[in-house]
Design a protein. Structure first.
Ligand code: PLP
Length: 441
């Protein structure tokens, strides 16, 4: 079935969403407030979520393998999280000062990630990476930052560089040029962002040898979550650790998504201790959140005691008690057994998809770790952003839309996330739905 036919089927089932979208475009550009979630001709409107299930404005039920872009690790409306939110909300939603809830969530996070000796909360992952980058610059006195080609770290200027560049504009694979990901990024930003190729130690060594003394921070998503879930090659993260330490570069692990892959995040799974870590999504239990933290001597720049902080951090809703309580209830439910269950679900789903692709001789593969997976429509070995970048951008969209029509939601580009509320049958339902989509395409 062509993309057009899938879209026609979609529009025939989503009349109420279409009507809502028409009202929305009158008051918001494109009808919404989140570019990532938009797809043509209009996204369906959500009415309700429970466990692994969602219902749209037309009453159609689907299985959710998006989980608000990996945030909802327990699933929708988990009883403990809802109870925690209700209990706290009754006593006031936010205050011009701290509450005990903030300490308890900070403790729960630092217990899981010993590298976070000290941390602060924000309202989003974007604010977390923005603060971490500023902090590294303040601590080192250096002007530049380094990031990997294809990595997404939120939507502030410093990291909206080379997120999904056209390789023609980005030049040599071993020495990628910084490319603005958005209109409105000033040229000064591009001069201060050094772009590295993922998993290419030799090329990274050359770039760092040339620019290293100017680089304050290297920000790394340990599994390149937004560019195909490309795991680090053996030894790559430990090498980055050594190399940054040797050059006085602050190593930031952006674990906004990868915190999902183990009780102590990707840093536990891969055994590497960064200087700073950024978090978001699952630590807020479904409410807006972010956090950044790490070495006590670096975080001390935010300490307002004795003469004032060298970096001022505002945020009217930072660490509000409702988010803190939702986050703590979520982390309490994420026991080591819960991670083992998420891993097993991930293996079941990835195994089913791989067998399907082999049986149907379809050119494709599935990558991922733990509860995260990504569908790729190539058999090329996946090592970095460029190898994972689809040569034909329509296939992922056609599969996405086909799955929506089959009662499954994932992300448009192929990233999927499994919630703890997902059953074995739900994982099999995903594979069976994909089989029908593949068969008709
Ligand atoms: C790795 C990573 N860093 C940062 C962010 C930004 O987080 P937020 O959307 O909460 O601003 C995201 C969001 O998807 C992310 O995946």
């Amino acid at each position: 079935m062509s993309l057009d036919k899938e879209v026609t089927e979609y529009t025939s089932k989503t009349a109420r969403s279409r009507a809502l979208h028409e009202e929305a475009v009158a008051v918001m550009p494109g009808g919404n407030s989140r570019t990532t979630t938009f797809f043509d001709p209009y996204p369906f409107y959500f009415q309700r979520g429970q466990g692994a299930h969602i219902w749209d404005a037309d009453g159609v039920e689907r299985l959710d393998f998006n989980g608000n872009y990996t945030s909802l690790v327990l699933g929708h409306a988990h009883g403990d999280v809802v109870k925690a939110v209700q209990g706290v909300a009754e006593n006031g939603l936010s205050f011009p000062g701290p509450t005990e809830h903030e300490i308890r969530l900070a403790e729960a996070i630092t217990r899981r990630m010993p590298s976070l000796e000290s941390l602060r909360f924000t309202n989003s992952g974007t604010e977390a990476t923005m603060n971490a980058v500023r902090l590294a610059r303040a601590f080192t006195g250096r002007p530049k930052i380094a990031k990997f080609e294809g990595a997404f770290h939120g939507t502030h200027d410093w990291v909206m560089v080379s997120v999904s560049p056209d390789p023609k504009a980005a030049g040599n694979r071993k020495r990628p040029k910084p490319v603005a990901w958005s209109a409105g990024i000033p040229p000064a930003v591009l001069k201060h962002v050094v772009v590295l190729p993922w998993n290419d130690q030799e090329a990274c060594a050359e770039i760092l040898a040339k620019d290293g003394e100017q680089i304050a921070a290297l920000i790394v998503d340990p599994i390149l979550c937004n560019a195909g879930l490309i795991s680090p090659a053996d030894g790559f993260l430990p090498w980055l650790r050594e190399e940054t330490q040797r050059r006085g570069i602050v190593l930031i692990f952006d674990e906004v998504i990868s915190f999902r892959v183990a009780w102590g995040g990707a840093q536990e799974r891969f055994g590497v201790r960064p200087d700073l870590t950024t978090l978001g999504k699952i630590i807020g239990g479904g409410l807006p959140v972010g956090a950044f933290g790490g070495r006590r001597d670096i975080m001390a720049l935010y300490d307002p005691r004795q003469g004032g902080a060298r970096i001022s951090q505002g945020g009217t809703f930072n660490a509000n008690p409702v988010t803190m309580a939702a986050g703590l209830a979520t982390l309490n439910a994420l026991t080591p057994e819960a991670y083992a269950r998420l891993d097993a679900l991930g293996e079941r789903l990835r195994g089913g998809v791989s067998r399907l692709l082999t049986a149907t001789r379809r050119k494709g593969q599935v990558s991922g770790v733990g509860s995260l997976f990504w569908l790729h429509w190539t058999t090329e070995k996946l090592t970095d952003y460029r190898s994972a970048r689809p040569k034909d951008g329509e296939t992922p969209l056609r599969v996405f839309m086909g799955l929506v029509n089959e009662g499954i939601l994932m992300t448009q580009r192929g990233l999927g996330a499994i919630a703890l509320a997902t059953s074995d049958e739900d994982a099999d339902r995903f594979v069976n739905a994909l089989a029908r989509v593949v068969a008709r395409q």
